[in-house]
Design a protein around this ligand. Structure first.
Ligand code: HEC
Length: 325
């Protein structure tokens, strides 16, 4: 085999690798920005938008929007999404106008320099339900409900994490997960107890030395051995926190938002808690990246384009070298 052709094959292979990795990089999801961390590891779900060819499910998006609108929007804004963006979910102009008109938007100032409230219009962004962070915190035991526009990108696990949080309250949790969390906390408590006991013994030695020397000293208090954790109450969460398996520290300021039948789905789907949690996680994934499908499509086009280009270059190279031999 002539040398040049061997090099040619290597170059061809290298170009193909570059083409594929470039295009795949565009087509595949980018990795999330920050880790959620601290809660129990949440299970991975399968979604229609997974993978290079994944797309959103329009029916799930409409149901998810309904859940957001009726069960979450009282506390959470969606400040990067405009009502007219809902056209992508398959809603028509009339429906979008009606959704917008349900919300009050602060506008102004008017001729007198006053701000005023008016009905929403399709071009408005989903408003934050509270006038400012202080008002939001005051209505929610000191915690501010975060804007949900980018939540699916902001947390590691995206839709899986949002689904897990909504299903992470005691009622919907498998007994086995609950038990694992109790065991985890029991082990933590024992570790802390052991450390405290060692410190106590050191202090006790120092105390006894002082007493033997005739000095005055206060006797250290022996730490109490912790009982095993057998219930959510034993976890010792702050009063304002609600137990949630998948939230950092197992306590979240958000009270359980979904119980099942919180909305009546327009398409007749049964509104179980799982269904609502899945659909709203689907919707929030769209909200965080409404152009995901376009990004994947152009990624695939890039792959095809680069493969064709590579083949062309290879053909040209063969032609050029053929004359030189
Ligand atoms: C009564 C108010 C209220 C409602 C209704 C509500 N939330 Fe929340 N939500 C909160 C508060 C408060 C927090 C902040 C919790 C914290 O930091 O401990 C929060 C936090 C969150 C978080 C962020 C968790 C994190 O990792 O920081 C997500 C996701 C979330 N809510 C989703 C939803 C969804 C989806 C719905 C509707 C199904 C909903 N919430 C309904 C008050 C609410």
């Amino acid at each position: 085999m002539p040398k040049s052709s061997r090099y040619g094959r290597k170059a061809l292979a290298a170009s193909l690798v570059i083409a594929l990795s470039g295009g795949l990089g565009m087509a595949l999801e980018s990795s999330p920005a920050a880790a959620a961390g601290g809660g129990f590891p949440f299970p991975e779900q399968s979604w229609s938008f997974d993978g290079v060819f994944g797309t959103f499910d329009r029916a799930a998006l409409q149901r998810g929007f309904q859940v957001y609108n009726e069960a979450c929007s009282a506390c959470h804004g969606l400040e990067y999404v405009a009502f007219r963006n809902l056209a992508a979910l398959g809603y028509n102009d009339e429906q979008i106008k009606a959704f917008a008109a349900e919300k009050l938007i602060v506008d102004g100032p008017d001729d007198e320099g006053e701000m005023f409230e008016r009905e929403g219009r399709p071009s408005d962004l989903f408003p934050s339900p509270f006038p400012n962070a202080q008002a939001a915190a005051a209505s929610n035991n000191g915690a501010v409900p975060p804007d949900l526009s980018l939540m699916a990108k902001a947390r590691a696990g995206g839709a899986d994490y949002i689904y897990a949080i909504l299903m992470g309250y005691q009622d919907s949790l498998p007994e086995s997960v609950l038990q694992e969390i109790f065991d985890l906390r029991t082990a933590e408590n024992e570790k802390k107890y052991k450390a405290a006991l060692e410190e106590y013994e050191d202090r006790l030695d120092a105390y006894q030395d002082k007493i033997e020397d005739g000095q005055t000293a206060t006797e250290p208090v022996k730490p109490e051995k912790p009982e095993p954790v057998t219930s959510v109450e034993d976890l010792g969460l702050p009063d304002t926190a609600h137990f949630n398996a998948y939230f950092a520290g197992f306590g979240i300021a958000m009270g359980q938002p979904l119980y099942g039948d919180d909305v009546e789905f327009a398409d007749g789907t049964e509104a179980t808690i799982e269904q609502q949690a899945r659909d709203v996680a689907h919707f929030l994934t769209w909200a965080a990246e409404p152009t995901m499908e376009e990004r994947k499509r152009s990624g695939i086009k890039v792959i095809l384009f680069l493969i064709v280009l590579t083949a062309l270059f290879y053909a040209v190279k063969r032609k050029v070298w053929a004359d030189l031999h």
